[in-house]
Design a protein around this ligand. Structure first.
Ligand code: URP
Ligand code: ZN
Length: 599
């Protein structure tokens, strides 16, 4: 494996550490920026060694795992779950135990959930309540975002306590759910200003709640009461308008913004445009969901109410069946950066509360268990992502944005031993009958997924092995997420350029970089090039790039059975034309070749 002629200093193994010592040999490491063959040694929950076997002495008493033919991935980071979430008298059935167990079963080893205070409730009290629910139950490490479900001076004051004392660095605002938790523009501007002053990150649920409220009334009055009414009340432009407005409001307050669950082509295009419009000065991030990549809104028209209601979420799954691939291509091109699950599972009985009125169906779908498999199947297996980009959009980018990197999101010396041994050749079929979630429905039912997490380690503890999931309730730890994530703020404040970022972070094992000699640094990013507002460079005629910045040159990481990426005929310009949103956007490649973002 190593052609290095220099004498090798072998890494000693400490015999006193008898527990949790695992040696994974013969695997192929996949990080977001490179892939290379190496062995991994884990002790006391931490990765202690990454490199060739010739550089380490293995004593007896260590669990040795042969990963020949398999990939070694950093555990997934799902930054969007709602375990044990209350909504209008209902509570999501996946609590912090079942939810994190299911996450681990699917290869996700870190989740970030949302503290959602009641209207008028103190943020600190709500936070304490959620901690008391989560701490005894979580099977993997977890963090929290705080929902700004109402706005006042006391909320603003408590945000400082959240950031300075309670390990929070992100706050979510709702532009939808009028009369429940929607903030108006004035409140959002105040909140964004506050978030910026704290060095935190703003998140936004982007849908225009005022339009939705009007449409719901109209549809119900016209007798449209079934689940199909849900999407009709909040169509693509309702999401796209809010995305655009949120980006402008954030820009005005100079506040970094993370748009959760981008679910439509139109919204994705608005995000892509905003990221280019503001160049280095304003960092905007976009998340989509496993649901949006793995299924579509045609299921909301299902004749069976329960089937249709199980797919009701906001923003909705779109009826246009080409949406999932479009969203995947936005991920491939770095127009979107993160895939979450928004796991928010209500029982069949609770969904049935909306039997005669779609607006009363509790919103939410599953996804925490299947997120990794769905992204692999629809992304890597379909030939639209390479394995490095897969790691970026399912793990590393979220870890960076929420300031958990490189503790999470990387296979490297010093990182937490959250490790997935991924078999790209194996398949599994998703089903509610075999999943580990508590919900009685699975929106991906019957999907055959290539790529199986055959072994999952959570901080060095083997939790998935031989098709068995053995987790420990309460094993997970709360993760403090410090403010001023360098991947957000250093670039925002001009301390670092986009290209410098590529070389930074997680370099504590860089002695093994380029073992396969295939790593290439991109020289130019779209963000560095002056691009006129309307001339958005989104994609060339040759289809999406292999991976993204700091990611992979074409051909590397090809997984057998995958489609050749160059076969794609993707063109956002065409989508813009047919969607009728922008007719003047030109597609072109920047000098030096097309690139995307800075991950
Ligand atoms: O439908 C959804 N997304 N339910 C979860 C709550 C939210 O809006 O994120
Ligand atoms: Zn959500």
């Amino acid at each position: 494996m190593s052609a290095s002629p220099k004498p090798v200093k072998k890494v000693p193994i400490h015999l006193q550490s008898a527990q949790n010592r695992v040696y994974i040999k013969n695997g192929q490491i996949v990080n977001h920026d490179k892939t290379f063959p190496a062995d991994v040694y884990i002790e006391d929950g931490i990765i202690k060694f990454v490199g060739p076997a010739s550089e380490i002495n293995i004593p007896g008493g260590v669990r040795v795992v042969d990963a020949s033919g398999k990939l070694i991935l950093p555990g997934g980071v799902d930054p969007h779950t709602h375990f044990q979430m209350k909504f209008d008298g209902a509570v999501t059935v996946d609590d912090f135990y079942h939810g994190t167990k299911a996450a681990i079963a699917g290869g996700t080893t870190t989740i970030i959930d949302f503290v959602l205070p009641e209207k008028g409730e103190s943020l600190v009290e709500a936070y304490d309540r959620y901690r008391s629910w989560a701490d005894p139950k979580v099977c993997c490490d977890y963090g929290f975002h705080i929902g700004l479900t109402w706005w006042s001076k006391s909320v603003s004051d408590e945000m400082k306590i959240m950031c300075e004392e309670l390990g929070i660095n992100s706050f979510k605002m709702y532009m939808a759910y009028k009369g429940i938790c929607q903030l108006n523009d004035t409140e959002m501007l105040d909140a964004l200003e506050r978030i910026r002053s704290l060095g935190a990150l703003a998140q936004v649920h982007a849908e225009n709640g005022d339009i939705i409220a009007k449409n719901v009334k109209k549809l119900l009055a016209a007798g449209v009461c079934g689940p199909e009414g849900h999407e009709l009340s909040r169509q693509e432009e309702v999401e796209a308008e809010a995305v655009n407005r949120a980006c402008i409001l954030a820009h005005q307050m100079d506040c970094p913004l993370y748009v959760v669950h981008c679910m439509s082509k139109s919204a994705g295009i608005e995000l892509a445009r905003a990221r280019r419009r503001y160049s280095n000065r304003q960092m905007i991030y976009g998340e989509t969901l496993a649901a949006g990549l793995g299924t579509d809104g045609t299921r909301c028209q299902h004749v069976c109410f329960h089937d249709a209601a199980a797919h009701v979420m906001s923003p909705p799954l779109r009826p246009d069946p080409s949406t999932p691939e479009f969203l995947m291509l936005l991920l491939a091109n770095d127009d979107l950066q993160v895939t979450g699950s928004d796991n928010c599972t209500f029982s069949r009985e609770d969904k049935a509360k909306g039997k005669n009125d779609f607006s009363k169906i509790p919103n939410g779908i599953n996804g925490v268990e299947d997120r990794m498999s769905v992204v692999w199947e629809k992304g890597v297996h379909a030939g639209l992502l390479d394995p490095c980009r897969f790691v970026a959009v399912t793990s590393t980018n979220a870890a960076k944005i929420f300031n958990l990197y490189p503790q999470k999101g990387r296979i490297a010396v010093g990182s937490d031993a959250d490790v997935v041994i991924w078999n790209p050749q194996a398949t599994r079929t998703i089903s509610k009958d075999t999943h580990h979630q508590k919900c009685d429905f699975n929106i991906f039912e019957g999907m055959v997924c290539h790529g199986v997490p055959e072994m999952v380690l959570v901080r060095g503890r083997i939790c998935v092995e031989d098709d068995k999931v053995r987790v420990a309730e309460g094993f997970g730890r709360f993760l403090n997420t410090p403010v001023r994530s360098p991947y957000v703020y250093d670039i925002l404040e001009g301390k670092k350029t986009v290209n410098e970022e590529q070389n930074n972070g997680g370099d504590h094992e860089e002695q093994h970089e380029n073992l396969n000699g295939s790593m290439k640094k991109m020289n130019m990013t779209a963000l560095e090039i002056e691009i006129p507002y309307q001339e958005v460079v989104l994609a060339g005629t040759g289809g999406p790039q292999t991976g993204s910045i700091g990611s992979t040159p074409s051909g590397r990481g090809h997984v057998s059975g995958s489609r050749n990426m160059q076969e794609s005929t993707f063109s956002i310009s065409e989508e813009l034309d047919t969607a009728g949103n922008r007719s003047c956007i030109k597609v072109r490649n920047p000098p030096g070749g097309k690139s995307s973002g800075f991950w």
